[in-house]
Ligand binder design. Structure first.
Ligand SMILES: [Zn+2]
Ligand SMILES: [Zn+2]
Length: 107
């Protein structure tokens, strides 16, 4: 029984084993999309027009995937996209929050 090591993918809503998910480097956070969904996101965008110029992707500094720019937060202040994709960013923030909560308890 290893069901406790499963995680529900936010994209396909299926519970899959943890090794099907990309682990975020340097944290205990895990990407909310399973690997097949993650690559499907890229492929859907790439194949939509069959036009090489239309692919506007960006490499995520966390999961290392080339994802469509829509998957990134736009930082108006710096006039560029965030270096983490949205799923990585939220997973990272959730992990960071959890860690801060843990660090707070003393005694
Ligand atoms: Zn999935
Ligand atoms: Zn990412």
């Amino acid at each position: 029984m290893k069901d406790s090591t499963k995680k529900k993918c936010r994209c396909c809503q299926k519970a899959k084993p943890l090794e099907q998910f990309h682990r975020l480097a340097g944290t205990a956070a895990i990407h909310p999309f399973c690997r097949p969904c993650l690559s499907a996101t890229v492929r859907r965008r790439t194949a939509s027009r069959g036009n090489r110029q239309a692919t506007n992707t960006r490499g995520c500094a966390q999961c290392g995937q080339d994802l469509p720019v829509q998957m990134f937060h736009w930082l108006r202040a710096s006039g560029s996209f965030h270096s983490y994709c949205r799923p990585c960013h939220s997973a990272y923030m959730a992990e960071r929050y959890r860690r801060l909560q843990g660090a707070r308890k003393r005694g």
